[in-house]
Design a protein around this ligand. Structure first.
Ligand SMILES: [Zn+2]
Length: 366
């Protein structure tokens, strides 16, 4: 007879909103609903294990019923399943049943004693979703503070090297995955905090650095160019590769630490012309590194210009060209001093330098 029979336990066991404790109560008196309860998103591991132990041979397939999708904010992996429809739920049931069968077989092999019916393990006091929400709230607040700091670097040519935005973007993508696990939520919150702390330390260091503590022309030029985010040291003799015979190393930027310019001592320079030209050349290297940091493949617009044969295919001659263009110079020789790599760039290369500088926010007088 096709009557409208209502089974409140079955309804509760198929409703994703039913809390864990109620599922445990139903499981204690309705063994015929164990398969349905096993597939419930709020069923916890201890409850599933208990059901498998008290009734390992139960015919669960007859109870395989699709859960009713409900409209509410999705939180956690359980809700994600609930919204997946019949096929996905049926798939989950098959997996659960396979697991249960395995547990039962193992128990029988071991000759393990079955626990008393009714001693249903209680659910854990804290649902995992609260912990996930808490970690995601930490992540959000760290992320907001990080982006406030990033905004302070807007227009700075070395911003890509300082902010390392792509690292944070990766974490943001992980945090946006639906049904994120508690472990993953902790990880994104922790990394967001680290990135915020590192950036905060960089900002504080830059504030202290931009005061030109040494009172030198070279530091003044470097501080102005990077607003304090570029460091300068007068240790070219030890930090840079040795120059050829009859030459002196005037400065360098090392790939592993592109935010530090190494120069010869202030007094070793022949005069301010040399100091300005050398600093501009080294700053160009810093901007080349920052430019490359903007791209996933680590190749910047500067690299592409050089590859196209500009500046005679040399990033060093490009750095010379930046200095020549910046100071509107047409020679690399001043008195008895000759700097650079022996090539004075032409008008079209200078135009390319101007466009590149505008693109990467590198300073360039009009
Ligand atoms: Zn160089």
């Amino acid at each position: 007879m096709a009557g409208a029979t209502v089974d409140p336990d079955w309804h509760a066991a198929t409703d994703p909103r039913t809390p864990p404790q109620q599922l445990a109560d139903i499981a204690a008196r309705r063994w015929d609903l164990h398969a349905v309860i096993s597939a419930h998103p709020q069923a916890y591991p201890e409850l599933r294990r208990w059901m498998a132990q008290v009734d390992p041979g139960g015919d669960h397939t007859a109870q395989a019923m699709p859960l009713t999708p409900v409209r509410r904010p999705r939180r956690g992996i359980g809700w994600w399943f609930a919204g997946c429809g019949c096929l996905a739920v049926a798939g989950v049931l098959v997996v659960v049943i396979a697991l249960l069968g395995g547990v039962g077989a193992a128990l029988q092999q071991d000759g393990g004693s079955r626990p008393e019916a009714g001693s249903v393990p209680a659910p854990a006091p804290e649902p995992a979703n609260d912990a996930v929400a808490e970690q995601l709230a930490i992540f959000e607040s760290e992320r907001a503070r990080y982006h406030q700091l990033v905004a302070e670097l807007d227009g700075n040519p070395v911003a890509p090297l300082v902010t390392q935005l792509d690292f944070m973007e990766r974490v943001e993508r992980e945090a946006a995955v639906p049904g994120i696990s508690e472990i993953a939520a902790r990880s994104v919150a922790e990394r967001a905090r680290e990135f915020r702390e590192e950036l905060e330390a960089e900002v504080t260091a830059a504030e202290a650095r931009r005061a030109n503590a040494s009172g030198t022309l070279t530091e003044q030029l470097v501080d102005e160019a990077g607003d304090g985010f570029i460091d300068v040291r007068w240790d070219a003799t030890s930090a840079c590769d040795a120059a050829g015979e009859g030459e002196l190393t005037t400065g360098c930027v090392v790939t592993g630490d592109p935010l530090t310019i190494h120069l010869q001592s202030e007094s070793a320079a022949s005069g301010d012309w040399e100091r300005r030209m050398v600093v501009a050349h080294e700053l160009a290297h810093v901007y080349q590194h920052a430019d490359a940091r903007r791209f996933d493949d680590g190749k910047g617009d500067a690299d592409r210009l050089v590859e196209q044969g500009m500046f005679q295919g040399s990033d060093e001659k490009m750095a010379d060209c930046y200095a020549l263009t910046y100071y509107d110079e047409h020679t690399l020789t001043n008195g008895s001093v000759t700097l650079g790599y022996g090539y004075v760039c032409n008008a079209s290369e200078r135009q390319a330098i101007r466009e590149w500088a505008a693109e990467v926010n590198a300073p360039m007088p009009n």
